[in-house]
Each structure stands twice: as C-alpha cells, then as structure tokens.
Design a protein around this ligand. Structure first.
Ligand SMILES: [Zn+2]
Length: 251
C-alpha cells in the first residue's frame, strides 16, 4: 500500500472537480488519475469512525464489502493528523492541519472561517450533500444543497441505519456531485469494549447499500477511517498518529 495523508483527500477532489482549495498538500496523482479515468457522476466519501489499518485487516472477514471494493479499486495506507473525530473530519474535508482549520470541538464547527470541500463545490455550482450527527451539520445548513442531520442516540445501529438511508437518498439525486457521510458503530463499540465483529458486520451491511446506490449512478466511492481506534492497547504515547485505510472504488 502507498502511504498518503488525510490532507491529500480534499486537494485531490478539488483538483478533480476543478475548484481551488488552499492546502499544503498537492493532489495525490494516483487517486486523481483513478477519478479522471472514470469521470464519476457523483463522488461519495464515507468516513467510518475508528476504522484504522489494524482493524481493517483484523476484521477483514466482517468487512467483506470493503475488501471486495478495495481489491477492485485502490487502497492506501493513510496517515492521520489527529486522534479525535471532529478535527479529523475537518482535516479530511479541508486538506488542512487541525491547527490550520482550528476546528477541535463541535463548538468551533460553526465559527471556523475555513470553507470545506462541501461549501466550495456547492458554491461552484456542483451540488453537495452531508449526512452526519446533528451538531456537525449546523454550519452547513443553508450553505450546501442537502444537509441530513441525524440526532445522536444510544442505539448506534439505528443511528447508522438512518445515516445510510439518508446517504442512499442523497446519492440518488441526479444533480448531486459530492456526498459526505459518517458511520459510527465501530467507534461506539470500541469505546464500550463491545464485540467489534458485530459493529463491523453492521458497517459492512450499510456500506453494501451505499455502494449499490453509488453504483447505480456510476459514481466513485471513497471510504476511510478518521483516526486510530480508541482501544485499550492504543492508549499509550506513540511517535505518530497512526494510519487508516483509504479505499477508492468504482462499485
Ligand atoms: Zn472518530
């Protein structure tokens, strides 16, 4: 696997869609070529919370859909830039380091002056959609074409089910060019020391449905983790933030 960074994702997508985005990173050539060769009607990016490189392989049997997509597409070992969700997602969508975008908690989500890929594309006449937890969607309301907030809840299977249903319906909208969604079951199970195989199987089922919707629109599906899982064995100081898989597929 080639090593890239979370910061490459937004510049690469911006280059593909022909919008300008400020980042210290250049577009990632291999990923850009993958997009240009397929000219997808829609690009869907799903962030799977806490899916790191170790879990991607140890849960391979449960994440069958992801491995199938990866084997027919591309998979990168992707360096993360933080160990928490909100700044990680902001870095994925802006191509900036947390200290550059300044988004560390949901309080700052609405106050950062930095526009993410979602707003940049929508402003350029390429409609976008975002499906995530209600707090994270607030600054996007009225800024992009489709915003689907899902309230946080105890039943994380129900939560991810709603994220998936909304994601499928936004992907189906003919005019939409870029969709962002965030699935959380693996992260919730990791925090509570519950059976990760069950969370991975749930995630796999949801990704199968999303992949089918993306396929029906001849779209590209990008899938990545946001940070290394918060498991007991990962709770010691490390020299780097660790890696997550980034899959590029044409389902
Ligand atoms: Zn996370």
């Amino acid at each position: 696997m080639q090593l890239i960074s979370h910061l490459h994702i937004a510049p690469t997508l911006a280059a593909f869609f022909g919008v300008s985005l400020e980042s210290s990173k250049r577009p990632m050539e291999q990923l850009l070529a993958f997009l240009q060769a397929r000219e997808p009607a829609v690009v869907t990016l799903v962030v799977i919370d806490s899916l790191d490189s170790t879990l991607y392989y140890t849960l391979a049997a449960d994440l069958e859909v992801l491995h199938k997509l990866a084997s027919a597409g591309l998979v990168f070992d992707c360096e993360t830039v933080t160990d928490t969700t909100t700044p990680a997602i902001a870095s994925i969508l802006t191509g900036l380091l947390p200290e550059e975008h300044g988004i560390f908690t949901s309080n700052e989500v609405g106050t950062s002056p930095v526009n993410s890929l979602l707003e940049l594309l929508d402003d350029a006449g390429l409609p976008t959609g975002a499906i995530l937890e209600t707090e994270g969607t607030r600054p996007l309301v009225g800024r992009i074409s489709y915003v689907c907030p899902v309230d946080d809840r105890e039943d994380i299977a129900e939560y991810d089910g709603l994220i998936t249903t909304h994601t499928v319906s936004v992907v189906q909208k003919e005019e939409v060019r870029f969709v962002f969604a965030h699935l959380r079951a693996i992260d919730r199970f990791a925090h509570r020391n519950k059976d990760l195989h069950i969370a991975a199987q749930l995630t796999n089922k949801h990704m199968k449905n999303i992949a089918a919707a993306v396929s029906a629109r001849a779209g590209v599906l990008l899938i990545c983790g946001d940070h290394v899982a918060h498991l007991a064995e990962n709770r010691r100081p490390k020299k780097t933030m660790g890696t997550v898989p980034l899959i590029a597929s044409y389902p």
